[in-house]
Design a protein around this ligand. Sequence first.
Ligand SMILES: [Zn+2]
Length: 261
Amino acid sequence: MKGIRHAVILGSGFETALQPLETIEVETPFNSKKVVVSRVVIGGVETLAVLRHGVKHENPPHMVEYRANIWSLKELGVNRLLAVNTVGTINPIMRPGDLTVPHNMIDFTKRRRYTFYDAQPVVHIDFTKPYCEELRSLLIKSACKLGETVWDKSTYICTEGPRFETAAEIRMFRLLGADVVGMTGCPEAALARELGLCYASLCIVSNMAAGMQSRVTSREVSEIVFRKREAVIKVLGETIKDIPADRNCSCSIQTDSEFKL
Ligand SMILES: [Zn+2]
């Protein structure tokens, strides 16, 4: 698997979407977690793939070992990550079935492991722009080319889950400037940045957020993901084909990491 420099991280509903050419287990230092990484072909190009929740969707969003997923791909030499996330929309301009490529995020998670730097050295990454602008523009271009309705900017707010939000929470999130809400974007994006990896997210809008429709159910979310799955894989394929060998972004730049007293 060495030599493949890009990977996809797929969410719920993608467990049977791709046929692996090869599958390995990568041992990680995070609670002895082993991550199953597959070599797959997307858009005619070999790429690596990780199922965020595990191969049998065994980990709910708040129990995913995000550090192990990101670390295992870095270990294999990956430097570009394309994530697929499912979101409810808070912004009424977006509709179920649309795609969006968020440009910023707000973290409302509560009890996850957020960093690779729990000890020395003390590291503070720049996270002004949490997503790779180069990968974002490639995702948007590919989605447009394939005729998808795609929003080129949105602020993603991440909740702890696994319950859906209350109507009052969604009203608050709207006031805070969020457009879409999900449970898996954080800390995944920050962990990628900590390791200097490019990271962008292609989000499937599965439902209107709580209070904007009568109730929110897992079933409707699954149905939309199942309906959009093939289109999302095609967008990923077009994007991967266009990823240049050299990175034209600042994702790999380490910040002034240590306090010197
Ligand atoms: Zn980048």
